[in-house]
Design a protein around this ligand. Sequence first.
Ligand SMILES: [Zn+2]
Length: 395
Amino acid sequence: MLAKRMVASFHARNNSILSSIAHLSVDVLTNPYWAVKPTPLLCNAFTAISSDLTWIRQSDKPYKFKIDYNVFQEPIAVSSLPQSAYSTNESANLFLANLLERKYPNATCIYTDGSVNMGGVGCSFFDPQANVKRQFRLWDESSIYSAEAYAIQVALKYVLDTGAAESSLIIISDSQSVLMKVKSANPSKKMSFLEAEILRLVGLLRATGVQSRFIWIRGHHGITGSTTADSLAKEATQLPLRQLSVFPASDLNRSIKMQLREDWRQMHINYHAGKSYIRAFPNPNTRSWTANMPSRSKSFYRYISRVRTGHCVTRSYLMRIGRESTDLCQQCLEREDAHHLIMTCSRFVSQRNILFQRVAEHVTSPFNLEVLLTSEKIDVYEALVHFLSECDINL
Ligand SMILES: [Zn+2]
């Protein structure tokens, strides 16, 4: 994962290193020498993401220094509707219409939206006064944040190019994160190409006498213009792919992370040992099974961990390590493992009735030991530990 992120950040920042990696990667793919040697990590990373590199841009010079300093001197106005405006779809519509009529009667309003849908990413803007609709299919790996920022950027560019606004422009977006970032932009903060471009365009519009202001609205609250922009953006995800813009390298992180998780899952599933554990818990997790539970005694964790992994001190285990001559339960003459002791052994019928009564409230029957363990519920685990202590079973 780190190698991929490193290749992404070399791109455009340090071209000589990137071209060396590219050369070496070609060698790796064509030279029989590498057939018996481990491939350098950076070459694997380069081969995996080289087709995405044309989509990302990072600058050697921070983008904030590429904008006219004047832009930062006048903060960008971002407002939002009060919570009460959203009580119904009609009220949100009405509130926004009133606000625009009352405070900004001569403004040109443009709705923007971004969408990630069925593997594609798209964005759009909609100018209801002029009935102008534009749709853009974006890079498949671009984040929803970038899609929203790109939509705002192209809307500003449209106004600048066509003179669609006389003196006042209002961009209405449902992306709080982009608007907050733009609002709080200042020369001491980092910014991506897309954010810098928004600020630059706002500055250019200001120079032509057009003041831009942003309004944040909640998405999917039936605001007419926003609904139109939303369906345009969804449609745009299925347009043919053309390269319209570049995106920050960090947009690749999501897919790099997902790939890493998938590799981890495959490694977990194909691991040579612990087959019964892997069958019960096929998805490896970054959080421990105890993470969502209130804390319990040491023996609670010991018992549950042993039952979950199948490493219990039972006759079948003792026979495997040479401490017992038989793996059969003395009473039932069946193989004695955790499943036998907890679910079937005839020595513990009355205790088991209590156990089953207790767990029946938390798991749907019929259940087996695996169902109890994979439920990962504290009440079920507590009932199990209670059963073990009542039966005097020391796993
Ligand atoms: Zn038994």
